[in-house]
Structures are given as C-alpha cells and as structure tokens.
Design a binder for this molecule. Structure first.
Ligand code: S5P
Length: 276
C-alpha cells in the first residue's frame, strides 16, 4: 500500500475528516493545480487584478490582508466573488503566535475578521497547544482549517529539530482542526512514538520558498524549484509570490504567463511523484 502522499489528491480527499482539507484536495484535483499564489501587494487594485488573472491556475490564494494600505471591508466580498468565479480557496497567512484568548479575538474580530472569510489560516506553535484551543474555538464551528508552521523557508530558521517534532505532536492531538503544516518536507510520522497510529497519517504540506529563476532574496528567503519541493520532498502545495509577479504587480500578461508556468511545473512534479 503506498503512503498517503503517494496517492492521488482525489484519493486523499476521500479520507480527510476536516471539510476544508477535503475541499482543498478536491479543488487541486479538479483544477489540476497544486499552485497557491501569495499576493503580497499593498494596493487593493493590484491585489484584485492579480487574483483575477492568476485565479484560473490556482487551487489557493494566500493573502497578507494587513499589507493592504487601502483596505476596506468590501474588498472581502470581491475576494470571495473571485474565489467562486475561479474556484479557489483562501488562506490568510496571519501567523498567529499568542495566547489562546488573544488569538481567538484576533481571528474572529478586529478590522479584518479573518475567520469569517478565510478557509485556512496558520499559527506558530511556539505558545504550545493553547494556541490551537483558542483558534479552534472560533474556526472549528465554521469548518475552517489550521496549518502549523513546523519549518520555515528562511536562512537560519529556528523551527528545526525538536521544535518541529513538537509541532507535529501538537497537530496530531488536534486532527479535527489542524490539517497540516507550512513546512519544507513531509511530516507524516515525525516525532511519533510506538503508541501513535501513524501509518495512514496524511498531513497537507504547503510549502513557500518556491522559485524557478532565483535561489533567494536579500533578506534570507531561500527558493527551491517545484520539482524539488513536490517530487523530492513530497510536499503538496507550492506557494509562489514574487516568482509570479516580480517587482511590478501591473504587468498582468506576464503574471498570467508565469502562473501558468508554475502550475505546469507543480503538476508535472506531482504526476512524476505518483508514477515513481
Ligand atoms: O517559511 C515561510 C512561511 C511563509 S507562510 N516562508 C515564507 O516565505 N512564507 C510566506 O510565503 C511569506 O510570508 C510570503 O508571503 C510568501 C513567499 O513569498 P515569495 O515572494 O518569497 O515567494
């Protein structure tokens, strides 16, 4: 029997208990895309224009909603309309990192009301399991999913070794809400003891630090190719930001072409993984 990650996204969707994890895998299969675009721009106009043009090629759009200088709440309706138009999920990359009570408020309330529109969000495991308790009190009744940052793509990251193992243990104890990880490799079975039943464990791995043309930036980011990420490391979703829109968010035709290219590379690596 192949490991879960060697099965198709469709097969894996059938076994997910969290509805968001299931929906993401089904969307990947339907659109033949394991590409997520990270839309890190500061103007609403560019933000929506990029999403509209890359929408057909992605399974997921990743946002940093607090980067937008001209945020108004009606933007959320536009984002949701695009998510329906192009059939993608939304992932607000909020990286929560506080006590349970505070993250529950940050997730549900404030200017952005993230839980009301973002299918997926993420958290640093650094506070311990209480961060999951806080976020799931808001997100679970809404059918949302959480990713823990088990590793990071940056040079000198402290999220390694026993920190990573403990992140996976935390996730394993909260499988109703934690659907997987931001990480650079598969995490199934990591940190497991003999008592843990992990043979069928299937965490989704969403991986940033993906670029085809450069190896990094001037601020510690490190890039690997879709092939290294999906085929060699067994990750599920490639997250690409500047590799797709470069330094000019207005070059819409080039952005579309780039998204297509990453989508094709990511899917080819997945098909090669399935056949290997
Ligand atoms: O380890 C990480 C985790 C994340 S979520 N490394 C990352 O780069 N990210 C995010 O992925 C980061 O916040 C940014 O939004 C995106 C990568 O952007 P790029 O322009 O470097 O592709």
């Amino acid at each position: 029997m192949p490991y879960p990650y060697q099965q198709s996204y469709a097969q894996r969707a059938l076994k997910q208990t969290n509805s968001t994890a299931k929906l993401l895998l089904e969307t990947m299969e339907r659109k033949k895309s394991n590409l997520a675009v990270s839309v890190d721009v500061t103007k609403t106009k560019d933000f929506l224009a990029i999403i509209d043009v890359v929408g057909p090629f992605v399974c997921l759009i990743k946002t940093h909603i607090d980067i937008l200088e001209d945020f108004k709440h009606d933007l959320i309706q536009h984002l949701q309309d695009l998510s329906v138009k192009h059939d993608f999920l939304i992932f607000e990359d909020r990286k929560f990192a506080d006590i349970g009570n505070t993250v529950a408020l940050q997730y549900s309330s404030g200017v952005h009301k993230i839980a009301s529109w973002s299918h997926i969000t993420n958290a640093h495991p650094v506070p311990g399991p209480s961060i999951i308790a806080g976020l799931s009190s808001v997100g679970l009744p809404l059918g949302r999913g959480l990713l823990l940052l088990a590793e990071m793509s940056t040079k000198g990251s402290l999220a390694t070794g026993s920190y990573t193992e403990n992140a996976v243990r935390m996730a394993r104890a909260h499988r109703d809400f934690v659907i997987g990880f931001i990480a650079q490799r598969r995490m199934d079975g990591v940190g497991a003891t003999a008592e843990d039943a992990v043979e069928d464990e299937d965490f989704l791995i969403l991986t940033p630090g993906v670029g085809l043309d450069t190896k990094g930036d001037a601020m510690g980011q490190q890039y690997r190719t879709p092939k290294e990420v999906v085929l060699d490391s067994g990750c599920d979703v490639i997250i690409v930001g500047r590799g797709i829109y470069g330094n000019d968010p207005t070059l819409i035709d080039a952005i579309a072409a780039s998204a297509k290219r990453y989508m094709a590379e990511g899917w080819a690596a997945y098909l090669e993984r399935l056949s290997s």
